[in-house]
Design a protein around this ligand. Structure first.
Ligand code: C2O
Length: 571
């Protein structure tokens, strides 16, 4: 009997290793363990008429799909065969009692150095749907990313008609420069980053870009069927619209949580966000474009304005016909974003805490810091010869050079403080305040400050966008938890007029805080560990738009963080 079970597990893991395509997978039932072997490797690719080395997992771009079922144990052995420091983060996996496997570098672990191995282990507790994994060191996630697909338990149906087929759509950004160098150069310049050289859909830029006529992703579809598309934004520095020509998208799930079906012509995803949509092939036989374009809500930022195109091609369509163009909103269509957000509701009434133990108010935005360089022309390229930074509550996060989780767990002093403020140190007109204008010095302080929460604390955070440099929609991501988005609006948050939905708010891990506005999120701090909260625009993260929650242990084994794995990388 035991041998049979072992055999079954071995067969299953073999299936895992070989299953890397984007098609439909049928899993055998039961709570089981999925093994994956991730080798971090460089690979030469040619795109946009340029050949370069990119960092990949197992030589795949995008990387392999992690398939699992709700309640499964996932074990991923990551071996670093590149010269770059690396870690992998399982974005949106709530890491119940497994903070050590969360992955953000210098927050929960030191990077896996060249030649080293680390095995991530976690259980997917009460979660199903689409998520993503990505590198969480410097800008490596620009090419090191892939999908996570978690199926419901055997016998548990989707709350919508079973789709004829399902496909993964990974939106990305492609850069001709080496990403590790690019980050260094941008930070050294004091100014903003250059735009990506192309947007990509499943790694392909599509016909709008140079030399990319045949570098196009395509889905072949059959008329009269319903398809499930798992759309993931794995880009670095841009938020994006996605649409399919002449086809409606019905949102049924966001961040791996079911939603009330909501039909729309397009969706917007910030990096880190995932949306499952149903698409019915009810149009005349033909070749249709799927398009990914820019959503840029900030002023004065250069961005890629050419759309990535993929094909949604009906059986029987003339293969070389011109694809019907998809209509994307204009790059600054904030209303299009709001319309989709207004449509996001949890499928069923939810159990969101009505009472709050800890009320937090965090501003999010950019800063212009004083130039401290002797060569301002080279290093202080922001407005007024300043240096760009980003902050929460006007504190720009300084990454420590050891893992904060280790420092906390082993009580090593001197790497962080516990004084991240509950409210900004100064109040002013956040939305309309200009950079460092009289009487407001809006320069940020630097620090590695954390907010400590007792186990079980019911937390509300108001995230308030600032206009210090420019107002902008920021995709704020919290590790270790999903949160209810109970309210949002434009302007400065005003408790007198704010409207809250405590009935069926969406349950998300990344919230695009409206440009020049605010969002209110609620979660219960019932997962002990050290949890990063940050803007998922990578450049903002590099500039310090982040903070850290420390959630203390509760009582007993089920509320206590286990000790670190033996192979935890050293710094
Ligand atoms: Cu997907 Cu800390 O991020």
């Amino acid at each position: 009997m035991a041998n049979l079970a072992t055999l079954f597990t071995v067969l299953l893991s073999l299936l895992c290793y070989s299953q890397t395509g984007f098609g439909l997978v049928q899993w055998p039932g039961g709570t089981s363990t999925r093994f994956y072997d991730f080798k971090v490797q460089t690979m030469r690719v040619t795109k946009l008429c340029n050949t370069k080395e990119i960092v990949t997992i197992n030589g795949m771009f995008p990387g392999p799909v992690v398939y699992a079922q709700e309640d499964d144990r996932v074990i991923v052995k990551v071996t670093n065969e590149t010269p770059y420091n690396t870690t992998i983060h399982w974005h949106g996996i709530r890491q119940r009692l497994s903070c050590w496997s969360d992955g953000p570098s210098y927050i929960t672990q030191c990077p896996i150095q060249a030649g080293q191995t680390f095995t991530y282990e976690f259980t997917i507790v009460k979660q199903k749907g689409t998520l993503l994994w990505h590198a969480h060191v410097s800008w490596l996630r620009g090419t090191v990313y892939g999908a996570i697909v978690v199926y419901p338990k055997t016998g548990v149906p989707y709350p919508f008609k079973y789709p004829y087929e399902e496909h993964i759509i990974l939106l990305g950004e492609y850069w001709l420069k080496d990403l590790v160098q690019l980050e260094r150069q941008v930070l050294a310049s004091g100014g903003g980053p250059p735009p990506a050289n192309a947007f990509t859909i499943n790694g392909h830029p599509g016909p709008n870009y140079n030399c990319s006529k045949n570098d196009v992703y395509k889905i072949d579809v059959v008329p009269g069927k319903t398809y499930l598309l798992r759309v993931i934004n794995a880009g670095l520095n841009m938020e994006n619209f996605f649409a399919i020509a002449h086809h409606k998208l019905t949102i049924v799930e966001v961040d791996a949580e079911y939603t009330k079906p909501f039909t729309t012509d397009r969706v917007m995803l910030g990096p880190g966000q995932t949306i499952n949509v149903l698409v019915t092939t009810d149009q005349p036989i033909g070749k249709y474009s799927m398009a990914m374009g820019a959503y840029m809500s900030a002023k004065g930022v250069k961005f890629q304005n050419i759309s990535a195109i993929a094909y949604f091609q009906y059986l029987g369509a003339v293969p070389n016909s011109i694809a019907l163009p998809a209509q994307l909103p204009s790059f600054n269509d904030n209303l299009a974003v709001k319309t989709v957000m207004d449509g996001l509701r949890s499928l069923n009434p939810v159990n969101v805490s009505k009472e709050i133990d800890t009320n937090l108010f965090y501003t999010i935005g950019l800063n212009v810091q004083k130039c401290r360089s002797k060569t301002p022309k080279n290093n202080c390229q922001a407005t007024n010869n300043g240096v760009l930074a980003a902050s929460m509550n006007n504190i720009s996060f300084i990454r420590p050079n050891i893992s904060l989780l280790e420092a906390y767990y082993k009580k090593i002093n001197g790497y962080y403080t516990e004084d991240f403020p509950d409210v900004p140190l100064k109040f002013y007109d956040f939305v309309n305040g200009a950079p460092n204008n009289i009487p407001n010095d809006t320069q940020a302080l630097n620090g590695t400050r954390t907010k400590v929460l007792e186990y079980g604390t019911r937390v509300q955070v108001i995230l308030q966008d600032t206009g210090t440099v420019s107002t902008e929609n920021h995709p704020i991501h919290l590790h270790g938890f999903s949160f209810y988005v109970v309210g949002y609006g434009t302007g400065n948050y005003d408790p007198q007029t704010a409207n809250f939905n405590l009935v069926d708010p969406p349950y998300m891990n990344t919230i695009g805080v409206p440009v020049g506005g605010w969002a209110a999120i609620r979660f219960v701090a019932d997962n002990p560990g050290v949890w990063f909260m940050h803007c998922h625009l990578e450049i903002h993260l590099s500039w310090g738009l982040s903070m850290v929650f420390i959630v203390k242990n509760g009582h007993g084994e089920l509320e206590t963080l286990p000790h670190p794995p033996a192979d935890l990388p050293l710094c």
